[in-house]
Design a protein around this ligand. Sequence first.
Ligand code: FAD
Ligand code: NAD
Length: 402
Amino acid sequence: STKPRIVVVGAGYAGMMTTKRLTQQLQPQEADIVLVNKHNYHYQTTWLHEVAAGTIDPNRARIMISDVIDTKRVQMVYDTVTELQPQNERVLLENGELSYDYLVVSLGFETATFGIPGIAENAWKIENIESSKAIYHHIESQFIKYASGETEDDTALNILIGGSGFTGIEFLAEVVEKVPELCSKYDIHQSKVRIINVEAAPSILPGFDEELIEYAEKNLSDRGVEFRIGTKIQECTPDSFIVGDDNEEIKAGTVVWTGGVQANPVVGHSGFELTKGKVNARDDLRAPNYDNVFMIGDTSWVWDHENDKPFPVNAQSAIQEADTCAANLQALLQGKETNNFVFDNKGTVASLGKGDAIGTILDDYKLFGKKARLMKNVIDNRYLFLVGGPKLILKKGKVRFF
Ligand code: FAD
Ligand code: NAD
């Protein structure tokens, strides 16, 4: 066809919503739309800590792309991107290649290791459905080993989590809820299991509201979590972190690292310049140097000129960027000016298990407990509604309908 071709790589929040918006806003004769993704399903990255702790059925966190994207309108390519070649306007895949007129890079994140020895090889990471499922299987296998007498080492049951950003804290809370169930299933006394969190900063959730930090820390400590704050992880072995200036070893059968994220490695390998692990996108979300490439979601920083720092990078901003990205693609197709992205921060809510949460909304209004958890469900369901309408909320939503 002679129509311009838009290729979207990565069907996370950013790529799915951009594709959805393009199908809603463009006439079929205006452009061909191609969506490339590793799998034929999209997953809820924001629920991966639940998959990793075994507190949600992994299938509930997956959505078949063909259930929510009109595949008559969008050509789906289920393949893995190996390299982007913006100078040749090509995308290389494991099983082929694609050319494009416009490219949207929405390949998401990988867990950053900051070059800490042993993290890449030895630590478990909450990166995608597969890696998260593997964490839960590993935790359960440690319980099985201990219960069967294959090991008598109590530290096999320890669950050690490095980093207490939102991912680390949300995961900790799920683990706290899962452990009693595993203990009763394998007839192990709960006192045998230690859940330990190591954080380099002077508090958990560095930079978040102090009162809510205190609430979260007390809540999790009361439920048995041991916090080692102000303690830097220096090294990771298959069954421990080496921490602090005195190189203390903390042993555990399960060692999970949630120390931070950076752009999908394909982005850097393809020659895009990285600053603190991500590309500095232009104000209208295009990549530097390439007028027909957009860099959105966890692959990029977008500058907040008002506050002289980057906008937050999370699912909320990825979904909002998708709106601007789709509108700007339409503008380019029609020879119009693009618009700059402005983030409308609706707040941050983090879960502390199935019945509790903490958050700030409407600038400085604080929420905790059941109210915050309800708000978290509303946020989760709003995304399901945006991407798949009311049917998807009924199928996968976080509120039970009676
Ligand atoms: P992703 O969601 O990472 O999607 C990337 C997509 O690209 C995936 O579908 C993947 O399969 C695909 N892909 C990757 N590599 C390739 C390849 N080589 N070829 C083809 N396809 C590929 N943010 C919030 O705002 N609120 C929250 O409550 C929240 N909770 C979170 C909880 C956890 C446990 C984690 C880890 C993150 C959370 N975040 C939250 C952050 C949020 O999930 C990310 O900012 C968001 O997922 C970024 O969206 P994305 O579309 O850029 O990338
Ligand atoms: P993060 O960067 O927010 O947190 C990483 C934590 O690890 C930090 O507290 C850091 O001090 C600590 N750390 C780093 N190196 C360390 C070391 N050597 N030793 C000990 N501690 C170390 O990363 P994240 O939690 O994975 O979050 C990634 C992104 O996803 C963030 O933008 C976050 O806001 C977002 N997210 C949001 C939610 C939510 O809104 N509910 C949930 C999860 C993630």
